[in-house]
Structure formats: structure tokens, C-alpha cells
Design a protein around this ligand. Structure first.
Ligand code: UDP
Length: 253
């Protein structure tokens, strides 16, 4: 088989040229990074779980009428996606204070917000993905006012869907990040949810115990990241049958 052409390699995923024009193959790596790449590790099986979980969430969004880039899963680590023009923003929705918001405003982690809050960071690793007001986004032409209105209503729909699905399996959706892409049909432009939705890009806490089941486990050295992601996949019924997470053998003296 001819080698596929690599289009882009990021921290957790690789994009290859797809089999048909207008498609890409998205490959999920096992690499985990935090603090803009300052902390790195390889978490065996993470890519397989995120491929499945992102498939699950994107398919669910499609089923309730929210367009996404997802076409179909190809194998354990790859999915076929629509080629989109990524808007250079991280769209963050928060239901409870955590992470950078809790730090910036001196809020207690887990405090309930008065309503879901949508905020935007500029996707630029060199600048550390700075928070940007809508005013900047429109003034600098990264998106139009109409795009921003559509993105906010899309993000809130994604939030309602994700919060409901997660609450149904005993998990509180604290916050999450999505990326939005443009698809062009001649002169007609559509916005779709792109990139991935997985525990790498959400904060997920067990409703009963508050246990963290997301990338904060890695960021804050709270235990096994693959155990946490496996638990999310198990509760959602999306554990791939041939990838059971086996504990490593321990040496008995
Ligand atoms: N997030 C992400 N990628 C980023 C930054 C944030 O997926 O580059 C997610 C993060 O996992 C969390 C939400 O966006 O679910 C809000 O993150 P926050 O702004 O609190 O930043 P952090 O504390 O992760 O630096």
C-alpha cells in the first residue's frame, strides 16, 4: 500500500490525506501533554479510547442535528473526517469553576456558575492560547459576528447534550473545549464541530465522589490516566471489546 501523505501532526493526533477529496484520516496517538507541552508522557491505549469516545460524542451530536466533521471510524486508532477550515479559536464552555477560570478569579474549584459561560482562546501555542474577547475576534477577522452567534448557540447545544449524557452515567461535566471548522459548498459556508471531544478536552468529575476522570489526572499526577478514561468509556458502554485494560504484572518476591 502506498504511504499516506501526512498533512499535520499535533500533540495528540495526526492528520493524513483521506481516500477521497475533502476527507482526512484522523489518527489518535497515545501521547499526553500538559502545560502547553511542558509535561509529556505516553499513555498506552489513550488513543484507542479517545478515538472511540470522540466517535461516540460526535455521532450523538449528529443524531440530534448538530453537524460535525465526523464521517466514520476506520479502525482502533483512526477515523475518517471531513476536511474543514479550522477557526483558530478554542471554544470553552464552563458549567462549574475550574482550571484557569478558578485561578484567574480566585474561585473555589467546583463552584456552580450562575449559567453556562462560553469563552474563547486564540489557538496559538507560542502565545499560550490567550483568552480573547469577542471584540478582538471580530475586529481581527478570525470570525464574523454571525459566525460568533452561531458558534455560541452551537456550543451551548453541545453543552446540553454532553451534560445530559454524562449525568446519565454519574459524571458531572465541569467544562470542555471544542473547535469549530468551516465547510464550503461553493459559496455556501457551514460551521461544524471539529477536532475531537474526549476526556483530553473535558473536565469530568464523578457525581458521587468528585473523583476526576479526565486529563487533570495527568496534569495533577492523581493516578492512572488510562484507568480514568477506561472508566468513562466503560460507563458509556463504548469500551472496545478487544482492548481491556489489564493491570501490569507485579513482581512477587
Ligand atoms: N482545554 C483543552 N485544550 C487546551 C486548553 C483547555 O482541551 O489547550 C480544555 C480543558 O481540558 C478544560 C477546558 O478546556 O476542560 C477549560 O480549560 P482551562 O481554560 O481551565 O485551562 P487549563 O486549566 O486546562 O489550562
Amino acid at each position: 500500500m502506498a504511504r499516506r501523505k501526512l498533512v499535520y501532526e499535533g500533540k495528540a493526533k495526526i492528520l493524513y490525506e483521506g481516500p477521497e477529496p475533502g476527507t482526512f484520516v484522523q489518527y489518535f496517538k497515545d501521547d499526553a501533554t500538559a502545560g502547553n507541552g511542558a509535561k509529556k508522557d505516553v499513555i498506552e491505549g489513550k488513543g484507542v479510547l479517545n478515538n472511540r469516545l470522540s466517535e461516540f460524542f460526535m455521532t450523538g451530536l449528529g443524531n440530534i442535528g448538530i453537524p460535525t466533521h465526523f464521517i466514520r471510524r476506520l479502525n482502533m486508532r483512526e477515523q475518517l473526517i471531513r476536511q474543514v477550515e479550522i477557526i483558530p479559536l478554542e471554544v470553552i464552555v464552563r458549567n462549574f469553576a475550574a482550571g484557569s477560570m478558578a485561578k484567574r478569579l480566585g474561585m473555589e474549584e467546583g463552584a456552580t456558575l450562575p449559567r453556562p459561560i462560553v469563552e474563547f482562546s486564540l489557538k496559538d501555542d507560542k502565545l499560550g492560547d490567550p483568552l480573547v474577547p469577542e471584540e478582538y475576534i471580530i475586529a481581527f477577522g478570525w470570525a464574523s459576528q454571525q459566525d460568533m452567534d452561531d458558534i455560541v448557540s452551537m456550543a451551548l447545544r453541545v453543552n446540553d447534550f454532553m451534560s445530559g449524557v454524562m449525568f446519565g452515567v454519574g459524571i458531572k461535566l465541569i467544562d470542555f473545549k471544542i473547535e469549530i471548522g468551516r465547510i464550503w459548498d461553493n459559496d455556501f459556508m457551514r460551521l461544524v464541530v471539529a477536532d475531537e471531544i474526549s476526556p483530553d478536552s473535558c473536565r469530568l468529575w464523578d457525581v458521587e465522589t468528585g473523583q476526576k476522570l479526565d486529563k487533570d489526572v495527568f496534569r495533577q499526577d492523581l493516578g492512572s490516566l488510562s484507568d480514568a478514561y477506561t472508566e468513562v468509556a466503560r460507563r458509556l458502554g463504548v469500551l472496545p471489546s478487544n482492548v481491556t485494560h489489564r493491570p501490569k504484572p507485579t513482581l512477587i518476591n
